[in-house]
Design a protein around this ligand. Structure first.
Ligand SMILES: [Zn+2]
Length: 128
């Protein structure tokens, strides 16, 4: 199994686990997002991270560290919900023992940013 297959299988398992942590048919009461990585856990009524941030007077845009915290690259401003997905995907290289800020971690995160951003514009509820 290659790395991308492993990421895909692992993500599908985690996607289902996150779904099971929400009530059946859960979606954000404000924007309708159904992405289980973007829904705040144990929050009723269900709300996504972006809408919760906006509720608190924030913009809903967050900064992504490519390759982990203290990235050698500038932080990238992205949608708060997409940030949750990309942060989840960082677990892939972390689980493989890739050091934060290493070229491999930065390269993985850049690829994830490009791929998720492309799919995100088409379907925010199924970005992985
Ligand atoms: Zn929302």
């Amino acid at each position: 199994m290659n790395l991308l297959d492993w990421v895909h299988v692992r993500t599908a398992l985690d996607w289902n686990r996150r779904l099971m942590q929400q009530p059946p048919g859960a979606l954000c009461r404000r924007c309708g997002s159904k992405n289980p990585f973007a829904l705040v856990l144990k929050r009723r009524p269900v709300i996504c991270y972006r809408c919760r941030a906006r509720q608190r007077g924030l913009s809903g845009v967050e900064l992504q560290d490519l390759g982990g915290r203290r990235s050698p690259l500038p932080r990238v401003p992205i949608d708060g919900n997409m940030h949750r997905v990309l942060t989840y995907l960082q677990l892939s290289w972390r689980r493989l023992g890739v050091p934060p800020r290493s070229p491999a971690a930065v390269a993985f995160d850049l690829l994830a940013l490009v791929l998720v951003n492309e799919v995100w514009r088409e379907d925010q509820d199924d970005p992985v």
